[in-house]
Design a protein around this ligand. Structure first.
Ligand code: ITT
Length: 203
């Protein structure tokens, strides 16, 4: 069975990833999707790239070096708010400190946009997925979803900044969408389905 190790310590990402890669078959073989923890890999990775793509490649290669014969995928993602010059961007996990709760991070972003009108509250989630193949080659795919920053937290689903990310087409935040609805339109869903297609067609 072809093993795919997903280089993430983020449980919210992992749940979405498992669903999007369900029943992925490569060369007629069903794949097994493992988290880093499942694979027994416990390393600290310094994400010192300057773009989502660079950081995804850094994570995929670092875990790839520990995992022979597996395909290693990594996700680097974040929330880009236009009015804040792209913040928190690649620093989304580190914004106000890794251990600060999202209730506090989300309240801070809403506060920083106080008085900003609807049209100027535009933002996007970006997700770069890097795939490190057993032969050492690496490729990336990126996906985005456009939305606006809300005025209060809404919804219980998802993780991170989902309760403040409002999607106009749905009239809901991504935390109010079901997991399948979110995966259908999300940055991660788009990037990961593109990766899935390349793995199914080209390996
Ligand atoms: P790994 O590096 O271990 O994968 P991480 O959480 O540190 O986990 P990132 O450096 O890629 O991952 O930071 C991504 C952050 O962006 C994440 O922690 C959330 O705060 C935010 N984010 C990304 N995708 C999101 C989504 O779908 N919904 C809500 N917030 C999201």
């Amino acid at each position: 069975m072809q093993r795919i190790i997903f280089a993430t310590g983020n449980q919210g990402k992992m749940r979405e990833i498992r669903r999007i890669l369900e029943n992925l078959t490569i060369k007629g073989e069903l794949t097994q999707i493992l988290s880093m923890k499942d694979a027994g890999i416990d390393i600290d990775i310094e994400e010192n790239g300057t773009t989502f793509e660079e950081n995804a490649v850094i994570k995929a290669k670092a875990v790839g070096a520990e995992a022979k014969d597996a395909i290693v995928l990594a996700d680097d993602s974040g929330l880009v708010i236009d009015h804040l010059n792209g913040e928190p961007g690649i620093y989304s996990a580190r914004y106000m400190g890794e251990d600060t709760s999202y209730r506090i991070k989300n309240a801070s972003l809403i506060e920083r946009l106080s008085g900003v009108e609807d049209e100027k509250r535009t933002a996007r989630f970006v997700c770069a997925i890097a795939a490190a193949m057993p032969d050492g080659t690496v490729f990336t795919e990126t996906g985005t979803i456009e939305g606006r920053i809300g005025y209060e937290e809404k919804g219980e689903n998802g993780f991170g900044y989902d309760p403040i990310f409002y999607v106009p087409e749905y009239g809901k935040t991504t935390a109010e969408l079901t997991e399948d609805e979110k995966n259908e339109v999300s940055h991660r869903g788009k990037a990961l389905r593109a990766v899935r297609k390349r793995l199914e067609e080209n390996v």
